[in-house]
Design a protein around this ligand. Structure first.
Ligand code: NDP
Length: 336
């Protein structure tokens, strides 16, 4: 049983000393338990938060503890009703080959789901995040302009495509020309701007001739400050993530920007609301998501791109890449 544990809490970006691979005996499932073999491991930006013991909405991973994470696994043995050997399940077993569970919070995906790994992305947590955050907090109306960064990742790509479905102008922000071309040509964004371009702010303004009505906040940093002057009266800002700042060790250098942020919120009567997908929305929103997304994938109105990383041992480096934008699409690790 290979497993990856948190060796030390990173200061700044995670490095080679942050995580450690170990080998442990394969666990044995007892009465009332199922034995799971991991097939796919999801890598997500929130995992950076679990490495830290700063105040958060969730407990940190303990030092020498297995890194947390969602997986798609196969049931090997089962003594729990509703689970049979061979079933694919969605579970929170973390970065390891094997795990034992009593079935709590394990979702059975059936013997042969069409795309097992999609349940970690477009049909899972990131897809739900995009759908629930955009529709319930962003409240996009036809003809409005919606801006989202990390536009080729699982959350941003989904936000942009839903915005298009709702009749909005969708403007993406992504790192580099290849990702921007994908956002426009494959995902159907009306425009996509490279946040690494020297004249990013001017390009963003040109791409939003009627201003911005919904800014789905995924990244913070330069993108946020380019967006602020373009926000229209009564704009909505679902605050989903700030990946540009996850590796900060203190407040960034430079001028204090809080007056700029709050005066924009006040003057433009902006509604800004944070949300955590694990507890902000419930069964009603989840059912609406599943219904919509299943239909959109079937009729081809939503596209989905994955980046597959081969082998559990490659996960630590791949996770560092994810935080720095060296992924292209939803990052999943093929474990077994
Ligand atoms: P992605 O797969 O899109 O990966 C993160 C992306 O962020 C990178 O690929 C990179 O894309 C972009 N990025 C990194 N640094 C910067 C930067 N300095 N400026 C601009 N962009 C940057 O991630 P997800 O789709 O899984 O998640 C997107 C966001 O949503 C994250 O902030 C995540 O934490 C958040 N989230 C929040 C949830 C909640 O409940 N609130 C639930 C799920 C996700 P590029 O190369 O294009 O810049």
């Amino acid at each position: 049983n290979r497993r990856i544990v948190l060796a030390e809490r990173p200061k700044g970006a995670p490095n080679a000393d942050t995580l450690r691979q170990e080998t442990a005996p394969v666990p044995e499932a007892g009465a009332g338990e199922i034995l799971l073999r991991t097939v796919w491991l999801s890598l997500d930006p929130y995992m950076r938060g679990r490495m830290s013991d700063a105040k958060s909405y969730a407990e940190p991973v303990v030092i020498d503890g297995v890194m947390t994470g969602q997986v798609v696994a196969q049931v090997v043995t089962s003594d729990v009703d509703g689970f049979a050997p061979g079933d694919h399940v969605l579970a929170g077993s973390g970065w390891q080959d094997w795990a034992v569970s009593d079935g709590t919070q394990v979702v059975n995906l059936g013997k042969d789901p069409a795309h097992p790994s999609w349940h970690l992305g477009i049909l899972g947590m990131p897809g739900f995040t995009a759908h629930a955050g955009l529709l319930n907090i962003g409240e996009p109306k036809a003809g409005e302009t919606v801006v989202v960064a990390a536009a080729t990742g699982p959350v941003g790509a989904t936000v942009g495509q839903i915005a298009r479905i709702k009749g909005c102008r969708a403007v993406g922000v992504a790192g580099g020309p290849e990702k921007c071309a994908h956002a426009v040509d494959v995902l159907g964004f009306d425009a996509c701007i490279d946040h690494k371009a020297e004249d990013f702010e001017a390009q963003l303004k040109d791409a939003c001739p009627d201003g911005i009505d919904v800014y789905f906040e995924n990244v913070g940093g330069r993108v946020l400050f380019g967006v602020l002057p373009l926000l229209n009266p009564f704009a909505r800002v679902p605050v989903c993530g700030m990946v540009a700042w996850y590796n900060l060790t203190g407040l960034p250098e430079g001028p204090d920007r809080s007056p700029q942020i709050l005066s924009t919120v006040l003057r433009q009567k902006v509604k800004m609301q944070g949300f955590i997908i694990f507890d902000t929305f419930g069964a009603t929103e989840h059912a609406a998501f599943v219904k919509d997304m299943t239909g959109w994938l079937e009729d081809g109105s939503v596209h989905y791109r994955e980046q597959v990383v081969e082998g559990l041992e490659a996960a630590p480096e791949a996770f560092g890449d994810l935080l720095e934008g060296r992924n292209f699409g939803k990052m999943v690790v093929k474990v077994g």
